[in-house]
Design a protein around this ligand. Structure first.
Ligand code: MIC
Ligand code: SF4
Length: 638
């Protein structure tokens, strides 16, 4: 049978198969600082002297504001850990993990597991790149397989070529418009068709990056002559190999997109799938424009922005911030003179890091309209609750920055002619290789780096108060917000747990602690968005025993299981009948986990039995019974 590209890479990496899951070998891992400290504390707890992957890289890109000692201490800890355990360390300032990984480490056909939900950016270079919680990445560094539910493979056929001023971001916004933020759950999105060749690797990476917003397991492009051209420019042509689906390969679903018909698009507040044509927003005043993030900060994106800004000034009512994705991009902009054009226009140059994408600075004014080339516009993520964030391409963003209002960039006239260099500046001096023998490396731990909380084995029966009743598409930003105030506490669960659900109810943590044992009730796609396992660890710390939801996002569901929180599926009628404040009892937990999937859940307030089930693979059931993945690993390695 002719195979899809996904199947080919999976087949080369599957080490275990069950009815519902594949266990795959992980070739490369990446972590970033905000999830990395926990991941490495967990790696230390597993107790392996050296990573077992082909390559592991630790990036510092999220927490770079350093408003106190906490982040600098984390950076030091991460550098020591990397040195000791055989991990490359990308220093703060070197760039955003996904951009740098693409430039310096990505290899077609390899598997990559990253403790960040946008790890699928690597799909742009033909990798099977998957986001996961830090503990799963720690386990992969220890040489254990990573398990994914058997995916459906969706073929997205790209036809024709994009028109000027329409770019890769518009393609993924179109996919989001059609499939929505839950349309990709359980699926791998594979791009095919003649239109693929018209897209360079960074453009493909914009698309696979934002596949995370579909809830997809990952997204992937073939490896072809454009991939070779990119790797050659990075001085890494030797790592290239051609890869594509075989002729006649069958997809579970097919989506066709005629690139020639796409127009500039924008995702409206507060969801990446609320996509409309930019022309429908024409004339709407814009207060802030931010260009950067792991979605749109490549050299091509910023060369285009510089060419449009050349000789012009940013509108006086707009604050334009630009964060190049990597030191390489920034250096290239400087070398080609494009940076001068950007500075002269009045733009504010930001560090090569995540920055405002995760609310680390640049929060906009009250009620602002902010146009961003980023991938998420969840309410409050910018740091300003009342802000309205729109997601768009760099072309749309720069047009808005000049005009002070929404304008379709096609109105700007001729598209600038861009001369992309054949070779990039290659200087890996900000990437520290590990010590050949790490046994004597000492690890410094600042006072904010606390051991992670532990949990005992799963109980047979649980009584819990319904602490919150929520709707659809609750994000991990809702559960465990980030931003300049909270992000520095990522290494200290006790401190960060005070902020769980703080954007929804200010005293959630106190309530949860007072209740001693609690649960959350939610509707569809609970836990969409990031990979942050803090959205599971901190609730666990607060005594949350179960989440009852109609459906779950993949990474968050795995994180709940890894930290011993029951992901219970509740049906519509029971969801409707259960209210906040009621007490429930969950019985039959162990037999329920052992196979039947039936839990006995009843409201102790009304006496009503609720229609609940728990669908788990045998491996997941064993992890939950142990009270989480670390307990499970310790059990099996005894
Ligand atoms: C995000 O974009 O939300 C983050 C911050 O990169 C997260 C990781 C984290 O919370 O540290 C993600 O996407 O996984
Ligand atoms: Fe960083 Fe934003 Fe990308 Fe997350 S989405 S990795 S915060 S740039």
């Amino acid at each position: 049978m002719p195979k899809t590209l996904t199947q080919k890479i999976l087949d080369a990496h599957i080490v275990e198969r069950t009815d519902t899951e594949y266990g795959i070998r992980i070739d490369q891992t990446l972590t970033q600082d905000a999830t990395g400290t926990m991941a490495y504390l967990q790696f230390e707890a597993i107790g392996i002297p050296r990573v077992k992957t082909e390559l592991s890289v630790s990036y510092v890109d999220h927490n770079t504001l350093q408003t106190g000692f906490e982040n600098a201490d984390d950076h030091r800890f991460l550098q020591d850990i990397a040195n000791k355990y055989g991990i490359y360390f990308s220093r703060p300032g070197n760039g955003i993990c996904h951009q740098v990984h693409l430039e310096r480490f990505g290899i077609p056909g390899k598997t990559l597991l990253g403790s960040d939900s946008h790890t699928p950016t690597g799909g742009g270079i033909g990798m099977l790149a998957i986001g996961a919680g830090g503990l799963d990445v720690a386990a992969a560094m220890a040489g254990m397989p990573f398990f994914i539910p058997k995916p459906k493979v969706v073929g997205v056929v790209l036809k024709n070529v994009l028109r000027p001023w329409v770019s890769a971001k518009d393609i993924i916004l179109e996919v989001l418009r059609r499939l929505t933020v839950k349309g990709g759950v359980g699926k791998i999105i594979e791009y095919t068709g003649d239109g693929v060749l018209s897209l360079s690797v960074p453009e493909r990476a914009t698309i696979t990056n934002m596949g995370a917003e579909l809830g997809a397991t990952t997204s992937i492009f073939p490896s072809d002559k454009r991939t070779r051209e990119f790797l050659k420019a990075q001085g890494r042509a030797d790592t290239w190999k051609p890869l594509k689906a075989s002729k006649g390969a069958r997809y579970d679903e097919v989506v066709e997109i005629d690139l020639a018909t796409i127009e500039p698009l924008a995702a409206c507040p507060h969801s990446p799938d609320k996509v409309i044509a930019v022309k429908e927003l024409r004339g709407k005043k814009v207060n802030q424009v931010l260009i950067g993030s792991c979605t749109n900060s490549s050299l091509k994106d910023l060369m285009m922005v510089a060419a449009v800004l050349k000789g012009k000034k940013v509108h006086p009512d707009v604050s334009l911030g630009i964060a190049p994705g990597s030191k390489q991009v920034l250096e290239m902009l400087a070398k080609t003179g494009a940076l001068t054009d950007i500075i002269a226009s009045g733009a504010r140059i930001l560090e090569s890091a995540c920055g405002p994408c995760i609310g680390m600075g640049q929060s906009p004014q009250t009620d602002a309209v902010s146009v961003r080339t980023f991938n998420r516009n969840f309410k409050g993520r910018s740091g300003t609750e009342s802000a309205n964030v729109f997601l768009a391409s760099p072309e749309v963003a720069v047009a808005c920055a000049l005009k002070g209002e929404f304008i379709d960039p096609q109105e700007l006239g001729e598209y600038p002619s861009l001369k992309m260099p054949k070779k990039f500046i290659i200087d890996d001096s900000m990437i520290m290789p590990p010590a050949a023998d790490g046994s004597n490396v000492e690890i410094k731990r600042g006072p904010n780096i606390r051991p992670f909380p532990k949990r005992g084995p799963m109980e047979d029966s649980v009584e819990a108060t319904v602490l919150l009743k929520l709707g659809d598409n609750i994000t991990t930003d809702d559960i465990m917000p980030a931003g300049a105030k909270i992000l520095p506490l990522r290494s200290n669960i006790e401190a960060i747990s005070k902020y769980v659900f703080s954007g929804i109810v200010s005293d959630f943590a106190d309530h949860a602690m007072a209740a001693k044992s609690g649960c959350i009730l939610a509707s569809e796609n609970y836990g969409q968005g990031s990979s942050r396992e803090h959205a599971a660890i901190a609730p666990m710390y607060l005594g949350i025993k179960a989440v009852l939801a109609k459906s779950f996002a993949r990474i968050h569901r795995a994180n709940l299981i890894n930290f011993g929180i029951l992901p219970v599926v509740i049906d519509e009628a029971s969801y409707a009948s259960l209210n906040q404040g009621e007490k429930i009892q969950i019985e039959n937990i162990k037999p329920g986990l052992e196979g039947s999937g039936n839990l006995i859940v009843r409201s102790l307030t009304t006496g009503k039995e609720l229609n609940c089930s728990i669908k788990l693979s045998d491996r997941e059931a064993a992890i939950l019974k142990a009270g989480g993945l670390l307990n499970f690993i310790k059990q099996v390695s005894k």
